[in-house]
Ligand binder design. Sequence first.
Ligand code: IDP
Ligand code: MG
Length: 156
Amino acid sequence: METTLIILKPDAVQRGLMGKIISRFEDKGLQVVGAKFMKITDDLASQHYADHREKPFYAGLVSFMTSSPVLVLALRGNGAIAVCRSMMGATFGFKADAGTIRGDFGVSSSFNLIHGSDSPEAAEKELALFFSDGDIIDWSPAGQGWVYDMSSGAPE
Ligand code: IDP
Ligand code: MG
């Protein structure tokens, strides 16, 4: 089981798309194990996007991400990191495939609704950045035995 960090960005919150986006992940069978509605500070945004510091869009990205509240989620499931990235779609809404979150809900390059960790290393770093000890909760969804084949004792 993997846990990934998802951020529903300021445009998703302002456009009232939180519920629709969360529903896609729940419908897929992913489990919400952490959630935090918050305003990202400049300091947190600069840590989160440290790899992009030299990019031409960096200042605009930090300004966008700190402009309005976001909903930060920790989602868990089999292959959750890659599953979420494929459900998100390509970075730019106007290029993202129909059927993906960015492809269905946006057309912008910078206002692209959602962030998702892109590797196990990034997920570990980003989860630690946004969640403290105790914020992520291990719990057993009632329907888990029908999302996964548990006959071997492990989710398959
Ligand atoms: P990702 O979110 O699909 O992983 P990254 O390349 O890691 O895409 O870029 C991080 C974020 O920076 C994007 O989600 C988007 O908000 C913004 N961004 C990336 N490229 C551009 C660009 O060319 N113009 C404006 N914003 C960009
Ligand atoms: Mg990225």
